[in-house]
Design a protein. Structure first.
Length: 316
């Protein structure tokens, strides 16, 4: 009797479990989530007398219209095909223009695939470049260090009205067009360190920082009064260039002048100060480096009377 009861109880439990409905995860469309089933625009067909294929057709028509549209594949129009063939960038422009990826380079790649673009900064360091690549028009900071660039042409930086910094450290640059930087209205920092430059080009008056150290400027590489009109210039570095003189006049805004490891042999009393004005004080120019030059600074003591600090160099 006990065994019969156990068997009967087992059948009862099995039947209860088997009769429980099996539910799937359903993603409800928000537009129809609160609408009763009978109010749907295309209700499900539950007529048991209809054939199976008709039931499946009925179920298909019950999909909400929004979901149905997502499965439709309308043929591409001419305009759609054109848009699909042209990659659109974040700003809506194409990769062939001056958008996020930048224009095409002579390598057949957009600049910002060949280099690295972060916001308005373009990094092209150590890419074996032999020329300045085309840059996006919104570029503000350009770095192309440790490459093989030999020449800066007149139009390499054309129409880059937002460009503020150019860093071409450690290239093979020997030739720069005289107007290469002149048409950059916001250029503030120019770094041409460690190249083969023999002649400085025209410089825009907006510059605040210049580094042309480790080049080949020599006696004639800096034109007369090259820095005179640079009224915002604060840092000027011309080390290791075989200079035999200090390029004068220097703007009043200058704070640091580095001329070490050149061939400067003499200095005049009015190099930094005004020989006839003993009340003149040049407070901004606090950092002058002349060490590594064959010059005895102690021979021209009046040349430093207006400065807040003595230059660094040979005093014997």
């Amino acid at each position: 009797m006990k065994a019969f009861v156990n068997v009967l109880l087992g059948f009862f439990i099995f039947g209860s479990v088997g009769s429980a409905p099996i539910t799937d995860n359903i993603i409800y469309d928000s537009e129809f989530y609160d609408i009763p089933l009978e109010d749907l625009p295309h209700p499900f067909v539950y007529d048991e007398n209809e054939q199976l294929d008709q039931v499946e057709t009925g179920i298909g028509t019950a999909l909400p219209s929004i979901i149905q549209e997502s499965y439709s594949s309308a043929p591409l129009t001419e305009e759609t095909e054109d848009e699909a063939s042209t990659t659109k960038l974040i700003d809506g422009s194409s990769a062939q223009g001056s958008g996020v990826l930048g224009p095409q380079t002579h390598y057949g790649l957009p600049t910002c695939l060949l280099c690295t673009c972060l916001g308005t900064t373009v990094y092209c360091d150590d890419r074996e470049l032999d020329a300045v690549p085309p840059l996006p028009k919104k570029t503000m900071y350009f770095y192309s260090r440790y490459n093989r660039i030999r020449k800066i042409s007149r139009n390499d930086f054309a129409n880059l009205n937002n460009l503020k910094r150019i860093d071409l450290t450690a290239n093979f640059i020997s030739d720069i067009h005289k107007d290469a930087f002149q048409r950059l209205p916001q250029l503030q920092e120019l770094v041409l360190h460690d190249n083969r430059i023999r002649q400085l080009p025209e410089l825009p008056s907006t510059l605040t920082f210049i580094d042309v150290s480790k080049n080949r400027l020599g006696r004639k590489g800096i034109r007369k009064e090259a820095f005179k009109d640079l009224n915002q210039l604060r840092h000027l570095y011309i080390t290791d260039n075989d200079l035999d003189h200090i390029p004068l006049p220097l703007p009043e805004s200058l704070q640091a002048l580095h001329l070490q490891n050149n061939n400067i042999q003499e200095m005049h009393e009015d190099t930094f100060c005004k020989m006839r004005d003993f009340n003149y004080v040049r407070r901004a120019l606090e950092d002058i480096r002349l060490d590594g030059n064959p010059i005895n600074l102690s021979k021209t003591p009046y040349a430093y009377m207006c400065l807040p600090r003595l230059p660094v160099g040979n005093l014997i």
